[in-house]
Design a protein around this ligand. Structure first.
Ligand code: GAR
Length: 194
């Protein structure tokens, strides 16, 4: 299965996908796209000889239209947002209906929406005194974190004494949940597309 990924940060989820043994012969990551030209995730793309492209903030719609064309020519079947923090333009989302998935570091529908990403999520969970958190993989629609939920895993965070501890525990879950979902998609156990 031919995949394009979108990243904005350190790329640990990208690495988890690349290192997941069961995926080695099932997927081919053709592209890493980022909005952050100096992010660590690009080093991972480089080390793995994956083509990458930095999307800057000017003429965004045109750039996404070009990407959509490129992905279609390149027969990209699945787009994985692995720590990508921007909202995708609706034209792009509509071009790849039910072919874009996202990992979110909380139990959606709680702690989703604009501004709810990365440490903001874990601080909110900590401040609310929640005993549970987790990770969610969902299809991407035109708004933040509202697409159909594909998979979710909970963990007990009642013993965590800081948002950073919650983040570390949730990240462990993410590194398993996202590759597992991708494997199920590659195996046809989760249907994508319309
Ligand atoms: C991950 O925790 C991911 O769930 C989160 O950003 C982090 C990226 O880490 N994504 C969001 O918050 C999206 N709303 P990584 O760059 O090490 O994979």
């Amino acid at each position: 299965m031919r995949i394009a990924t979108f990243v904005s940060g350190r790329g640990s989820n990208l690495k988890a996908i690349l290192n997941y043994p069961e995926l080695k012969r099932k997927i081919d990551i053709k592209w890493v796209i980022t909005d952050k030209p100096f992010c660590k995730a690009l080093d991972i793309a480089n080390e793995n000889n994956i083509s990458f492209y930095c999307i800057d903030k000017y003429k965004i719609t045109e750039k996404y239209d070009c990407l959509a064309e490129l992905f279609k020519k390149d027969n990209i079947e699945l787009i994985v947002l692995a720590g990508f923090l921007k909202l995708l333009p609706s034209t792009f989302v509509n071009n790849f209906k039910k072919r874009i998935i996202n990992i979110h570091p909380a139990l959606l529908p709680s702690y989703g929406g604009e501004g709810m990403y990365g440490m903001n999520v874990h601080k909110a969970v900590f401040n609310a005194g929640d005993r549970e958190s987790g990770a969610t993989v969902h299809f991407v629609d035109e708004t933040y974190d509202t697409g159909i939920i594909i998979a979710q895993e909970k963990i007990d965070v009642s013993q965590c004494s800081s948002p950073e501890e919650i983040a570390a525990s949730v990240l462990n879950i993410e590194h398993k949940l996202l590759p597992e979902v991708i494997e199920k998609i590659a195996d046809g156990k989760i249907k994508i597309g319309i």
